[in-house]
Design a protein around this ligand. Structure first.
Ligand code: SGN
Ligand code: CA
Length: 523
């Protein structure tokens, strides 16, 4: 080869190496992990045995934790479905991604998301199940989503081609089947990212027919603060989410007054005759014995609590079993080693604490969410992490795991550095902002949580501050705001709150704190 030819050849080789190096993800291209994110709805960590729950066994969620990591301090930025999902997708707080509440927000799908990043980076992407973001999914090669909240029996799906599809069966089984079908037919030449959005365990809790009666022999203990008087906590005293007053005998607990009323219920009217016969055969005798009891006052409230627990946990049993099916699928197809599996709920939920069901609050039960992750290539089996992680960390974690650069606009932090190096403690402070001001009457609020304290600013429905010392008062019953001895810590937390708000550029909160916005509404 002449010198000149050699030089040209070398230049070509060098330039192709450069191009390859640019395209090549930071991890090994061949080894880019597959990703399965399973997002449930309203699943309380208090009911998961991996988190020490004695209420029921959840062997499959526990398995993810045992083979990977259990995050004990996982939180959400805004404890309600649509906003949490929008933050999971974008890695940004609600004020940045625009989806602040379920009442009026529509997700702007034109914005960036982890799905788009992965898709552009060569992944095949899919979202199957509950979506609840009001606009069509973008960034997915395939999607098939429940319209709005979806139904437990014989769910309808919105399909990519604009059609609707109804699938007979119980929603958690059906979503798992549809996810498996997609996995079977995916493009095997690419790594994949599949999000499975379960409807369970959202209100109103309807178990699969095979799980009816599963907890009938159990008498569930009342949480210590079940009979909360909400002393010194105005917002808590004004909510509409108590088991006593808000939970309905018919709609929620299936103790319908008349057959007509039951037939009009959307969950019941869509059952097949065979499904309906099984469901009726279970609930009708419960109703007959309840009617004989003629309960009132606390006895009635406690009966409702027991029914709530039974229905909720039976619904969760199917969720856990189906998570197991997805794990088995990975095993059977040789995908276990190179697939990241993350299980989380869109937020936490009250199982009678403070007398409540539902979510929304910055208080621990709803602010915290269960989150477990398996990633054999990086995470040591049986890891327990008490770092502060958030729903908005999912996007940067997945982008980084795929070897792609994390866009600068992402506010969440990748969880990978903390998993690689225990000394990396991540964030010290969590920032939260809840906006909705309708159903369940929870006042909008924002605040911060440090390792020990929580400072909360309520606005709009209630004007006021709350301060908790989580060390001495883990159940957040004793509002210390304005109390003697708390001046210094309040000033320090107030400064930190301001710092978070400025750093995260939450203009609404900034104006409220600066007193530039009248937030009071007439009640
Ligand atoms: C529905 C429920 C509420 C629940 C919201 C938000 N009412 O409105 O209890 O808080 O969804 O849930 S229901 O009568 O429809 O059951 S979320 O999961 O979408 O955040
Ligand atoms: Ca939810």
């Amino acid at each position: 080869m002449k010198i000149i030819e050699q030089l040209i050849c070398f230049a070509m080789l060098a330039s192709s190496t450069v191009v390859f190096a640019q395209m090549k993800p930071t991890g090994s291209a061949a080894k880019r992990p597959n990703i399965v994110v399973i997002i449930s709805d309203d699943h309380a960590y208090q009911t998961i045995s991996a988190y020490g729950s004695k209420l029921m066994q959840t062997p499959n969620i526990d398995r993810i934790a045992k083979e990977g990591v259990r995050f004990d301090k996982a939180y959400v930025n805004n404890s309600i479905c649509g906003p949490s999902r929008a933050s999971i997708l974008t890695g940004k707080y609600s004020h940045k991604n625009g989806f602040k509440d379920n009442e009026s927000s529509v997700f702007n799908g034109d914005q960036d998301s982890f799905a788009k990043q992965l898709q552009q980076g060569g992944y095949q992407t899919a979202w199957i199940g509950k979506w609840h973001l009001e606009s069509k999914p973008q960034g997915f090669d395939f999607w098939q989503v429940l319209p709005d909240q979806g139904h437990y029996f014989n769910p309808d799906f919105d399909m990519m081609d604009g059609n609707k599809k109804r699938v007979e069966g119980y929603v958690t089984n059906v979503i798992t089947d549809e996810a498996e079908r997609w996995l079977d037919h995916r493009d095997m030449s690419k790594p994949f990212c599949l999000v499975i959005g379960h409807k369970a365990t959202h209100r109103v809790w309807l178990p699969d027919t095979s799980d009816l009666g599963k907890f009938d022999q159990v008498n569930f203990p009342l949480p210590a603060n079940f009979y909360d008087s909400y002393k010194n906590r105005t917002a808590a005293s004004l909510q509409d989410m108590s088991i006593e007053k808000t939970m309905l005998m018919g709609y929620d607990l299936k103790m319908f007054g008349t057959e007509d009323e039951k037939n009009r219920d959307g969950g019941f009217s869509r059952m097949t005759a065979a499904q309906r016969a099984k469901v009726d055969a279970y609930f009708e005798p419960v109703k007959a014995s309840f009617n004989k009891l003629k309960l009132q006052g606390n006895a009635l409230t406690e009966w409702k609590f027991q029914r709530y627990m039974r229905d909720y946990l039976s619904t969760a049993a199917s969720l856990d079993r189906n998570i197991g099916r997805t794990m088995d699928y990975l095993d059977q197809h040789g995908l276990t080693e190179n697939t990241i599996v993350i299980y989380l709920s869109d937020q936490g939920f009250y199982m009678g604490e403070h007398g409540w069901f539902d979510k929304r609050w910055i208080y621990e039960e709803s602010f915290r969410t269960p989150m477990v992750m398996r990633y054999p290539a990086m995470v040591k089996a049986g890891t327990v992490s008490d770092r502060f992680v958030m729903n908005l960390d999912i996007a940067p974690t997945l982008i980084e795991a795929a070897g792609l650069p994390i866009p600068t606009a992402v506010q969440g932090l990748s969880m990978l550095p903390g998993l690689k190096n225990k000394a990396n403690q991540g964030r010290e402070v969590l920032y939260y902002h809840y906006y909705e001001n309708g159903e369940h009457a929870v006042s909008p609020h924002f605040g911060i949580r440090t390792k020990r304290y929580k400072l909360i600013r309520f606005y709009k429905r209630v004007e006021g501050w709350e301060l908790y010392d989580l060390q001495s008062d883990p159940h957040e019953m004793d509002n210390k705001y304005g109390k003697k001895g708390y001046k210094t810590i309040t000033a320090r937390l107030y400064k930190e709150l301001n710092r978070q708000i400025e750093q995260l550029e939450d203009q609404d909160a900034l104006q409220i704190l600066a007193g530039k916005r009248s937030t009071r509404i007439n009640m």
